[in-house]
Design a protein around this ligand. Structure first.
Ligand code: FAD
Length: 487
């Protein structure tokens, strides 16, 4: 049986591995001349940059795929568990280091903010509880099969429905539990891990903190791009064929069944088709003659991002691998992103410095900065005006906080913005995570991993169930594995 996959994003590669292991003969068609989609890297003037994701959680989901390699292939995937999860900076000179050990982190919060450590340990226990009770149902299974609701996993979720935080927003829940504006802000930030707004997203998303602050954050020994590289090797060990520079033009449907792809004018037959392309352009371009699920496609998009990749010709001891410089008005920042669709004048800035972990990513005595600001999805804002303004703001905010004139240290620069995210990966409006989770039904409103009317057509990746981010994209592949026919 032949499976054909549109796109070599992380969800496409993971699906290719699982279907090949199941016995399918798998070919992947990727429009770019490289795999990984958003999860790639590049080098510039002696600096190496991971282009997209920088935070790695749930490494066991990658390990799972590594174990599927062909016997004797000898592909390993080394990574380290990190002690620090993030360094947080506020303009008023407050600084807090978050640790991946919950007790150590709680004590640090007590030291810096005079909040009893037990408030944080209790909060993290609840985050773990919510995650454990809900993940089997919301993340690991299709929510679009009636059978899911007749499994034993549904019982813990239903029995604890009032404790899962489905009926209040993340911010409401955080302000009730934490009662300290800076710590509320820190925990509200987890909404951005799937491109959402803590003032609208349901409280169940407070469980995201469980990943970073209980289960821990990790780092592949050579950088994030290693995830893509190693998984492509695993797929190739199973005889998956990757076709690069191959833009898919159409998914061929005949008599209610997916029959193949059209690539460069050529029709290629298949028994099973998976689209790892964002679900919006999948319908609008590849399935344009089919009925369009407009309600799903028109959901609000997640946030996008503007990234400055900077080579910095000195080192900053104040910084760790992950750093956040918080806005002084978080609520206003999210109002700008989601309501006004514009960029706030005092944005929160994330700085990732992978050379802290892998010194060879920058020349001696220098650092590679990945500087990211959450911005609205692209609806035609004038980015050519916004970008230089934002650059000035970012330089001033970080510079003030670190007590330096930052611009003098920037020796090389590259920029990614919502338009280039869209053009490089076909992600509609440059959204990082498909649709936002800004309402309590969001989990049910994402597109299923299969087509409800067209047999043999499946969907993987961050724009479909269970959502965006590396772990969830990998889970979408697992669900397709569960749903697809055996060979
Ligand atoms: P994508 O990466 O969207 O790739 C889709 C692929 O399909 C692309 O290669 C594209 O070229 C190809 N394609 C599209 N159309 C066609 C076609 N017609 N024919 C052939 N090929 C086609 N996640 C985290 O877990 N941690 C983070 O720290 C994090 N940070 C992020 C920072 C940034 C700047 C970005 C952009 C994303 C970040 N994410 C993060 C999100 C994460 O990168 C994505 O959720 C994930 O990589 C998406 O994978 P995907 O499988 O949906 O495919």
């Amino acid at each position: 049986m032949k499976a054909k996959i549109v796109g070599a994003g992380i969800g496409g590669i993971a699906t290719a591995i699982r279907l090949a292991k199941k016995g399918y003969s798998v070919e992947v068609y990727e429009q770019n001349n490289y795999p990984g989609g958003k999860l790639t890297a590049f080098e510039q003037d002696g600096f190496r940059f991971d282009a997209g994701p920088s935070l790695f959680t749930l490494p066991e989901l990658v390990d799972d795929l590594i174990t599927l390699q062909k016997e004797g292939a000898n592909i390993d995937f080394p990574y380290d568990k990190l002690d620090e999860s993030c360094r947080y900076f506020w303009d008023d000179s407050t600084q807090l280091t978050a640790y991946t050990n919950p007790e150590k982190f709680s004590k640090e919060v007590e030291k810096v903010f005079d909040i009893p450590a037990k408030i944080i340990t209790q909060y993290l226990k609840e985050a773990s509880f919510k995650y454990e009770k809900s993940s089997k149902l919301f993340l690991e299974k299709s929510l679009h099969k009636t059978s899911t609701f007749f499994t034993k996993e549904i019982i813990p979720a239903l029995l604890n429905i009032y404790r899962l935080g489905l009926f209040e927003t993340m911010h409401q829940l955080n302000s009730t539990k934490l009662k300290h504006p800076k710590i509320e802000q820190l925990f509200d930030r987890f909404a951005t891990y799937n491109g959402s707004d803590p003032y609208q997203a349901p409280g169940i998303l407070t469980s995201i903190a469980n990943l970073e602050l209980n289960k821990g954050t990790y780092y592949p020994t050579e950088g994030m791009h290693q995830i893509t590289e190693r998984l492509v090797q695993v797929a190739e060990s199973l005889d998956v064929k990757f076709n690069y520079n191959s833009s898919v033009e159409k998914i061929i449907i005949e008599s209610g069944k997916a029959k193949g792809l059209q690539v460069n004018g050529e029709v290629l037959s298949a028994d099973l088709v998976v689209s790892n392309m964002d679900v919006y352009p999948t319908y609008k371009k590849l399935l344009s003659d089919q009925q369009q699920p407009e309600a799903i496609l028109n959901q609000e998009r997640s946030s996008s991002a503007l990234i400055f990749y900077w080579g910095i010709n000195r080192e900053f001891k104040e910084l760790g691998l992950h750093n956040i410089f918080f806005s002084n008005d978080y609520k206003e920042e999210f109002r700008h992103i989601f309501k006004l669709k514009s960029v706030f004048s005092d944005p929160t800035i994330y700085v990732n410095v992978s050379s802290k972990q892998t010194p060879q990513d920058a020349p001696d005595g220098m650092e590679n900065w990945f500087v990211m600001i959450n911005v609205p999805a692209n609806i035609g804002q004038d980015w050519d005006v916004i970008i230089p303004e934002l650059k000035k703001t970012v330089i001033a905010k970080i510079g003030n906080r670190l007590g330096v004139a930052l611009e003098q240290y920037i020796v090389t620069e590259n920029i990614l913005d919502p338009r280039s995210i869209e053009s490089k990966t076909s992600s509609y409006q440059g959204a990082l995570y498909g649709s936002s989770s800004n309402n309590r039904y969001a989990a049910f409103l994402r597109h299923p991993n299969f087509h409800q009317k067209i047999k043999g057509l499946y969907f993987s990746g961050g724009s479909v169930h269970p959502g965006g981010g590396i772990p969830l994209c990998l889970l979408s592949a697992k669900i397709i594995d569960d749903l697809s026919p055996n060979v």
